[in-house]
Design a protein. Sequence first.
Length: 357
Amino acid sequence: MKSATIQTTEHMSAEPFVVRPYFVGPIRIDPPVVLAPMADVTNGAYRRLVKRIGGPGLMVTELISTMAIHHKSARTMTMFDVTEEQRPLAVQLFGSDPAIMAEAARVAVGEGADIVDINMGCWVPKVCKTGGGAAMMKDEDMACRVVEAIIAAVEVPVTVKTRAGWHYGHLATAGLARKLEEVGVAAFALHARFAVQGHTGNADWNLIREIKQAVKCPVVGNGDIRAPQDALRMLQETGCDGVMVGRAAIGNPWIVRDTVHFLRTGDLLPPPTLDDRIEAALTHVTDLSNTLGESRAVRHLRGQLPQYLRGYHGVARVREAIHGAESIAAVASIFQTAREHLAAADDEFPLDILDTI
Ligand SMILES: Cc1cc2nc3c(=O)[nH]c(=O)nc-3n(C[C@H](O)[C@H](O)[C@H](O)COP(=O)(O)O)c2cc1C
């Protein structure tokens, strides 16, 4: 089994840390760093970009509605967008009807899913009011029936991404995970917040340690990994088998590569250059245009493209300009203007420099 030790720094414990792969059924997840499922973010174009920059051990699609699959929604079917270089890839499904979930899982496998992941963590009312997402944690027997139906329907491993519980007084994780493991779940990912928290407050990593101690199958920790050092700390503090990176990856496809490198060597890679960032943003939108068409792709990414320049002074002006962009050529021209002025201004936009774009 391949593993790597890393040297200690002030962020780390005195003992060298061993980075090991983990297995989801027969599928080896190496390195144990996972790109989180994020609606409107982790589409095929973005997954290809992350993989090209530096290999995560596993990526997960955005959540896909099993009801929409059942109704053969053409738009939903474009969400799979599975290509060879993305493997291993988990397709995440949400819903609550066992038969429809099972049918959708078969479709997902037909579309190329290596793993079927069930969403038990989404807190948004649109998902929860149908009994899916985090609402599944409220009825554990029902959750088990749904998972059982899916496991019976497909040959690939089935995993669950969950929260700590519905609300603070309802800590579901360890008990529910044990029941689901008995039914046959191959691995869990835990976003260590309660559903009612949404993304507020801090993730409580103690809950990750708790679920890890409760089950035999692999547990992937999730919540508040903002930098590679956080991933190491989570592995060390919770004993989890893998780490999952979410928001830190928005507009920053390098975070996965950087985390893997840090875990393997103890070194931090230099940040991407401005040219790297612009090139990646343009690759992202161009690839997405192949699936959504140009104008939809540009509109879809209006919020995300400026994130590639996060941290640069003046990015608000880029955001404003991209908000009105309708084509890839317009986006490219905005970035080109930004590039010239950033270079001229020694990595800082003069406040009014982007008035022209
Ligand atoms: C924009 C956005 C979309 C998300 N969509 C999903 C989703 O489709 N399925 C899911 O299980 N979690 C989803 N999440 C939750 C993330 O996967 C992750 O659990 C959460 O952001 C906490 O991890 P982080 O602190 O690394 O961001 C989403 C989060 C964000 C910010």
